[in-house]
Design a protein around this ligand. Structure first.
Ligand code: NDP
Length: 330
């Protein structure tokens, strides 16, 4: 098969990704399942890798893209047959393994799962890593935290972003009072429609504060990190828990142990990339049971193609993307 197809390629660490039409199936990694990539989506991490502003790729050339929804074309694995609709999220795609932004990709069967029932390919990618990460955070809060629907407010930071939007929707659907922290007042109506009840300006969390502050949050989902996370911990109630998954505000954590040792606050780390299969499946179940098509439509900001990715990657890093952008690949 020598027919060429478009893909986004990062040639080396000094260059941003560029669309290439030179790939053939022979160029793909020698892995058991050939998938036609129908849809993907744009995550913050894709922004970092496509622009070259974050060191995501660890080998070159690299095809970025961490979310795949596609159709199996050939399979040397008993787990998948041609025609199966499949998805993949994380699993080292874009880092050490070639990812989504290519019309065809070869993948390992253990990175793939059947498309979750109740969602079509486009919806599965509107959810993608952001939705899975939000669901992992919420499941961890439910497991570790001391949350009750009438106990107080759960905070979501970076609320108008991909992870934040789904965290708001899931927590509200579960009956929690959700406070959304956002830097964009124009997203309040959108966030209210997803279920947020109160709002705080993200500036109130981005300045360094005291190590213990007035107790506000019974739990929190944080995709911002840095001073924001330190303040969230300092404002969490006794026995509360904070699920931290992101670094949109920075990777540092200028905090003290005081919330943990004086208020028994739990800080839970969440990683979607190598989350074990049972945890991923539980995340998809939470999404299936709580998201409506209206939620997904609201969060979907639009659709782009491979050509549109370089500009969209700049936009997501500049905090200009509300919700999720779907990428039509094939
Ligand atoms: P988005 O860009 O869609 O959302 C990030 C949001 O954070 C923005 O919309 C904005 O929200 C807020 N934000 C941006 N810059 C700043 C800043 N300087 N200070 C404070 N807030 C800021 O990204 P995603 O939702 O895709 O990802 C969010 C974070 O989570 C990223 O850091 C990403 O790398 C991480 N992530 C981690 C995963 C894991 O497995 N641990 C998986 C997926 C994502 P607003 O406009 O509402 O203020």
């Amino acid at each position: 098969m020598t027919e060429s197809f478009p893909a986004l390629l990062i040639r080396d660490k000094d260059h941003p990704a560029a669309v290439s039409a030179e790939l053939t199936r022979d160029d793909l990694p020698d892995l058991p399942v050939l998938v036609r990539v129908d849809y993907s989506s744009l995550n913050y991490k894709d922004g970092l890798s496509v622009t070259g502003k974050g060191r995501i790729a660890r080998r070159f050339p690299m095809v970025p893209g961490i979310d795949i929804a596609g159709t199996v074309v050939e399979s040397a694995s008993d787990s998948f047959q041609p025609g199966d609709r499949v998805i993949a999220t994380g699993s080292g795609l874009s880092e050490t393994e070639w990812g989504a932004f290519s019309v065809y990709q070869r993948l390992k069967p253990e990175w793939l799962m059947k498309q979750p029932e109740g969602f079509d390919q486009r919806q599965a990618m509107a959810i993608g890593t952001a939705g899975v990460t939000a669901a992992l955070c919420v499941n961890q809060l439910l497991a570790w935290g001391n949350l009750s629907q009438d106990g107080g407010s759960v905070l979501v930071t970076g609320a108008a972003g991909g992870v934040g939007s789904y965290a708001v929707a899931l927590l509200a659907a579960l009956g929690f009072h959700v406070t959304a922290s956002t830097g964009r007042a124009e997203t309040h109506d959108y966030l209210r429609r997803l279920g947020a009840r109160d709002f705080i300006d993200r500036k109130t969390l981005s300045e360094a504060g005291r190590p213990l502050q007035e107790e506000h949050w019974i739990g929190a989902v944080d995709s911002v990190g840095s001073t924001t996370l330190a303040n969230v911990l300092a404002q969490t109630v006794r026995d509360g828990a904070v699920a931290a998954c992101g670094l949109a505000g920075g990777p540092d954590l200028p905090a003290t142990v005081l919330p943990h040792i004086l208020r028994a606050v739990t800080l839970i780390g969440v990683d979607s990339v190598f989350a074990p299969p049972q945890r991923r499946e539980a995340a998809w179940r939470l999404l299936q049971n709580n998201l409506t098509p209206e939620h997904i439509d609201l969060v979907t900001a639009g659709e782009i193609d491979l050509q549109g990715l370089p500009q969209a990657a700049e936009d997501i890093l500049a905090g200009k993307v509300r919700g999720r952008l779907i990428v039509k690949v094939a």
